[in-house]
Design a protein around this ligand. Sequence first.
Ligand code: ATP
Length: 355
Amino acid sequence: MADLTLAALTKVYPGGVRALDSVELTVADGEFFALLGPSGCGKTTLLRTLAGLETATSGAVLLGGTDVTAVPPGRRDVAMVFQDYALFPHMTVTDNIAYPLRIRKVPGRERRERAADTAAELGLGDHLGRRPDQLSGGQQQRVALARAMACHPRAFLFDEPLSNLDARMRLEARTFLKRLQRELGVTTVFVTHDQAEALALADRIAVMEQGRIRQLGTPAEVFRRPANTFVASFIGSTPMNLLPGTAEGGAVRVADTALPTPEGLALAEGEKLTYGIRPEYLTFHQEPVAGALAGEVRVVENLGSSQLVTLEGPAGEVRVVVDEDTALAPGTAGHALPRADRALVYRDGELLGPP
Ligand code: ATP
């Protein structure tokens, strides 16, 4: 088994930055796990501590139930793939892939065979004699993957594995990575600041803020029910509308409108709440509609198969996704009606419901 456990893991850098604050986490054997969060939240520190490249201030790292906190990186049996792939520029593809085997004193012939096999598996069979500067970004990434795979590690650690690729390559490499991880079934932890990438790839996601995990769940869970307004604002290709409101007669009132409110909430009359609704879950109307937020169309952004409209009214800015065929002109009136069954209500920044 190669499950990974972090127990009360804390890292304080010299100078006092608390990069990890008592992190508790278990990644299951064979799981594809994403660490997601804004710049500086501690993702890379967490990954490097897992790899043994950084020493924890307190707490423990367990691999397959064994405490490896004091085990040096080379003996942890985990392979880290860096953002820049860290390939040796003067070595061929074969030599790059075989390098860790050489360090482990695997005999020359077996080394070359294993490197060639792994290269073939990753579609690099025709490029064995090339140097990294003779390869595309995607191919370089595959060499880095092959080098990590060649020693059959118990876990892969990826630091922003797709960030050096252009948008199209990125999508291709993403699908490739997902398929490869499924086939190999190796426990994998990857760091990203790209929520779409985390949602697309991971079995589960930890969303981090300032050295702490703010939510841990499947992509569907963190997308549908963000546990707090931090996660709500971070997940989703267009950020969720988070509207300050007040409880009134069992509904949430925002500015002068009582919004369609999910059932089953225990609201205290007059309390301050935040009403969360994704732009995809509002419908746009030219005419006034009961329960809809009124405003003026300020900005229309073309999303290809749809349009993102920013309405400005008494509730502040509200974003709505509208189908591609609706004609919209800045300066005209608009009304955005939320779907009650997709609305989320937060109290003091934490999810209150629906149940
Ligand atoms: P990014 O996405 O920008 O790489 P991150 O989420 O990976 O960010 P970390 O690199 O883990 O964040 O950094 C977490 C915090 O620790 C930051 O405030 C950073 O400035 C600080 N930090 C990182 N490395 C060191 C170091 N060697 N010495 C002091 N502080 C550090």
